[in-house]
Design a protein around this ligand. Sequence first.
Ligand code: ZN
Ligand code: ZN
Ligand code: ZN
Length: 137
Amino acid sequence: MDVASDRLLKTFRLRSTPSRQEILYLFLKKNYALSHGDIEKEINNALDRVTVYRTLKTFLDKGLVHKVLDDEGSLKYALCNEACSVAGHHHDHVHFKCTRCGQTNCLNIEVPTIKLPKGYKADEMNLLIQGICERCA
Ligand SMILES: [Zn+2]
Ligand SMILES: [Zn+2]
Ligand SMILES: [Zn+2]
């Protein structure tokens, strides 16, 4: 049993189950955005697709992880900061995808304000920068 993931589940008032612990532990350990496929591979397919999908959905709804739109329209997930809760997500930060190692990270930089044409209303914004990360530079 992993203490950090267990504590985090408690903070978010989520029942601690082996699958939740395992997936959360992975996010804590990896520290970069993970796709559905990444997760399945990392846990050696120990959990079936539906369980992974449901767990991610729960984490998403509770404000534990947020969606990261990767290149080619694929979806990844990354841990949120403490500002997020079941009431909603509170961050508009930039994501950075390294074209060398393929990792996508949350950057502690806010997405700049973009003035939309009249009549347009933004609900969410995604900004993905691609390049070389600090580890690969
Ligand atoms: Zn969030
Ligand atoms: Zn890299
Ligand atoms: Zn992020």
